[in-house]
Design a protein. Sequence first.
Length: 279
Amino acid sequence: MNLYTIDTGLFKLDGGAMFGVVPKSIWQKLNPPDENNMCTWAMRCLLIEDNNRLILIDNGIGNKQDAKFMSHYYLHGDDTLDRSLAKHGFNTNDITDVFLTHLHFDHCGGSVIREGDKLNTAFKNATYWSNKNHWDWAITPNAREKASFLKENILPIQESGQLQFIPSEEGVQFSDHMRVRFTYGHTDAMMIPQIDYKGHTILYMADLLPSTMHIPLPYVMAYDMFPLQTLKEKKDFLEEACSKEYVLFLEHDPLVECCTLQQTEKGIRLNNTFKLTEL
C-alpha cells in the first residue's frame, strides 16, 4: 500500500469567513491577508494505492469554470491535478475510485471536465463515491450553501452512471485499509477517511479541520452550516486523535501536509508537522 500527496494548486478565500468569530487582529498573525482580506489556502488531495485499487480522495477546484468565477478565488501556484498525478507515474485513466468527502466546489471541481460543449467525467474508468444523505443535500441546496454546490460539478457524475453511494454508517469499511467516518457540522454527512498506513492511523480532515491554524476549538469557519455541531465533532475528533496519536492530513493548510497533536495547559494544540513522505 502506498499513499501520495496530490497538490492541485493554491487559492484564496476571505480571511474572516475562514476564521469565523475569531477577530482579525488575532487570525491575521496566523495567515496574513492581502489588501482584499484574502488568505492563501491549499487544495491538497490524497491518492491511495491499495492492492488493485487507486483511490483519489477529493480533486480540487478543476479548470472548467469561467474566468469570472475563477477570478473570485485567485488561483495560483504551479501544481495541478494532472501534473501531481504524473509526478507519481499516474494519469486520470488509472484512477479506479474517486472518493468525494463532500460536494463543495473546491473539493469536487476536478471530477468533471468540459469537452467541447459537453460536461464529462474526468476519470473515465473510476467509480465516484458519495453518500445519499449528502448527495440529496447538495442537489437541493439551501440558500446559504447554494454557491458552494455547482450543478455542473455534480449532475454529470450521476448522468455518467459512475456514481455509487457509501452507506452512512460510522466506520464503514471502504477498502482494505480505509474506513469512513461521518460529520454533520460543516455540511450534511461530510465523510472523513480513516486510513491505516505503516503502523499509523491517518485522518483525512477535509473541512472538519482545514489547517493547523484551526486547532483551537473556537476557530470554526463561517462557512460551516451548523457551527455548534462542528464544535462538538471537532472536540471529539481532536481528543481521539491526540490520545491515540493519529496523524492528521490537512487539505487546506498552505504549508503543512500532516501533523500530530499534544495536550497542553491551554487544551489540545499542535505537536509535530511533517510531510507524508516522512512517515
